[in-house]
Design a protein around this ligand. Structure first.
Ligand code: ATP
Ligand code: MG
Length: 475
């Protein structure tokens, strides 16, 4: 996804708030227009005063009061539109950030187990937090400043040609020059920054992996090795980051220097034009105002481009996750199976995780309702995979699985899984109360049923020691 593509996609994520976004953009356009009006009014005032002076008349308030009133009017409008933009841009950005985060969370939970075993949870979480905060900052800065800056540069800049084409050309030339410089730096560093982001992701992965396995690390005295591993990643990350920073420092300094250069050029060319009788003092003043403003805008745009450029890989990762389709989905027309009797048949089922090595090959067996069976085999022989296929953690590449005579792919996922209880090989607990952990299996379980379940798991004694009973937090 290109930078522009990402930018458009992020703005597209405004979703139901697009109308407010549009209103803010319009307010920004008005603000950009008003910003141009001020130097024009100032220049017109100077011209009025100087022409009165050269005509030998003493200027009075009545000569300039219309221009002054217009100036005050634009000032007031600036304040009102500015308040509107600042207030609503903030709210919009906060609301959308949390809404997008909720969508991502839901989407990540529906992604297949195969995805989650390949992608570390630390990475999925990092991508969620960084992606959404990047988007938040982008929305905020777009609606607060950058929309107006783009309008100023791309629409109003050509308008200066109409005011005075010679001075307008000087301005356009300088803006194009610095724009090209920025684009050059951008090209140079695009790939480099993607590498940096890859290091950031593996940093998150490593750290959360280690923090999730503290008991193993401590009992095997691996602390030193883990820290060393993390430090190595940090060193590589910094090595990749520093050239990018240098290029951007060059771009920032060049843009600063351009402020002086632009104002000076306008003054020199303006004075020369004045000597030729091709302009007025007021026009020079107006263009000095334009120049200062445009350089300010250009600086903002450069820092904004720098910002989205740094954030782009994060958002790219975010959209990649969002665009990953769950492999296991309801087929069109999948129906609710209701309560299944429990006749299960595997019919020549094969499945491979990587498409190369079979995890389960040509498995066929039948289980009658009420029957208890055990699948026995050495480690890695495919027992867990077989059961995963039954509740559709993944679908077989060939063969089919029947429940009560129906292919399980024709049954809605929700109703299939409602009919199946899974006890995992490794215990997994949510860091929530015992009650909440037990209701994962049966949402409407009564306290008595929970106590019975605990009794069967021989956990009554442990329970008796908890002061908060079922509300004790575990995990
Ligand atoms: N998420 C995964 N991604 C890729 N390969 C996997 C994945 N899970 C299991 N495998 C591979 O599939 C094969 C079957 O694994 P499975 O976990 O089903 O075996 P198992 O019989 O349950 O083993 P164990 O007795 O150790 O629990 C193994 O070769 C294993 O390496
Ligand atoms: Mg297993």
């Amino acid at each position: 996804m290109s930078l522009l593509g990402i930018y458009a996609r992020v703005l597209g994520e405004l979703g139901p708030e697009r109308r407010l976004g549009l209103l803010l953009a319009i307010a920004n356009i008005a603000l950009a227009g008003a910003a141009f009006a001020e130097p024009m009014l100032f220049g017109a005032l100077i011209d009025r005063l100087t022409s009165l002076q050269t005509a030998g008349t003493r200027p009075g308030w009545s000569d300039i009061n219309v221009l002054l009133a217009a100036w005050v009017g634009f000032g007031l409008f600036n304040i009102a539109a500015g308040v509107f933009v600042a207030l609503f841009a903030d709210r919009l950005a906060h609301r959308r950030r949390l809404a997008v985060m909720a969508n991502y969370f839901e989407h990540a939970l529906t992604l297949p187990l195969a995805y989650h075993t390949q992608t570390h949870s630390g990475r999925v979480l990092k991508v969620m937090l960084e992606g959404t905060s990047g988007m938040w900052a982008l929305w905020l800065s777009f609606f607060r400043e950058h929309c107006a800056s783009f309008v100023a540069l791309f629409i109003l800049l050509p308008f200066t040609l109409w005011k005075n084409w010679q001075l307008g050309l000087v301005l356009i030339f300088l803006v194009v020059l610095f724009g090209t410089l920025t684009a050059f730096v951008l090209r140079k560093t695009d790939k480099l920054q993607s590498n940096v982001e890859a290091y950031h992701s593996s940093l998150a992965e490593r750290a959360s992996d280690a923090l999730g396995n503290v008991p193993v690390i401590q009992s095997f005295t691996r602390i030193e090795a883990e820290v060393r591993g993390l430090r190595n990643t940090i060193t590589s990350l910094l090595e990749a980051q520093i050239p990018v920073l240098t290029w951007w420092a060059v771009a920032t300094v060049a843009t600063r220097a351009s402020a002086t250069l632009t104002v000076l050029s306008i003054f020199v060319v303006g004075t020369w034009l004045l000597m030729q009788g091709l302009t007025t003092v007021g026009e020079i003043v107006t263009f000095m105002g334009f120049a200062t403003m445009l350089v300010g805008r250009l600086e903002q745009i450069v820092s904004f481009v720098n910002f989205i450029f740094m954030q782009a890989p994060k958002m790219r990762e975010f959209f990649e996750v969002l665009d990953t389709l769950p492999a296991v989905r309801d087929q069109p027309g999948a129906s609710d199976a209701g309560r299944l009797v429990g006749a299960i048949a595997f019919d020549d089922v094969s499945f491979s995780y990587d498409g190369k090595r079979a995890a389960v090959a040509d498995v066929s067996f039948e289980v009658r309702p009420g029957e208890t069976i055990a699948i026995v085999g050495s480690t890695g022989s495919g027992k867990s995979t077989t059961l995963g296929l039954l509740h559709r953690a993944f679908d077989p590449q060939s063969g089919r699985i029947l429940a009560d005579g129906r292919d399980i792919r024709e049954i809605s996922l929700l109703s299939l899984r409602r009919n199946i209880g899974v006890v995992f090989q490794e215990p997994m607990l949510f860091a929530r109360s015992i009650r909440e952990n037990l209701t994962v299996g049966k949402p409407d379980a009564t306290d008595a049923e929970m106590m019975e379940a605990l009794d069967r798991a021989q956990a009554t004694e442990v329970m008796a020691r908890q002061s908060d009973g079922l509300d004790t937090i575990v995990g």
